[in-house]
Design a protein around this ligand. Structure first.
Ligand SMILES: [Zn+2]
Length: 71
């Protein structure tokens, strides 16, 4: 068959190719009024923050957000 393999490649390709390039794409915005998902943290998230956490709690795997370097 091989259908699954093709589908998987296609899926990964479209994700990596369009979602995280960060260049030439209009800014995506997110609903206002969201707060950090960390328990006990009620920091408001920016509408431009695609994550679920505030800058203090966001996972460190996140590649450069605003020129800020971690570690
Ligand atoms: Zn937080």
């Amino acid at each position: 068959m091989g259908e699954r393999g093709e589908l998987g490649e296609k899926f990964e390709g479209s994700i990596g190719g369009s979602a995280f390039t960060g260049t030439g794409r209009p800014s995506r915005t997110f609903p206002q009024g969201r707060v950090c998902a960390e328990d006990g943290c009620d920091t408001r998230l920016s509408i431009y923050n695609e994550g679920r956490y505030c800058s203090r709690h966001e996972p460190q795997a996140t590649p450069r957000m605003r020129g800020k370097k971690i570690a």
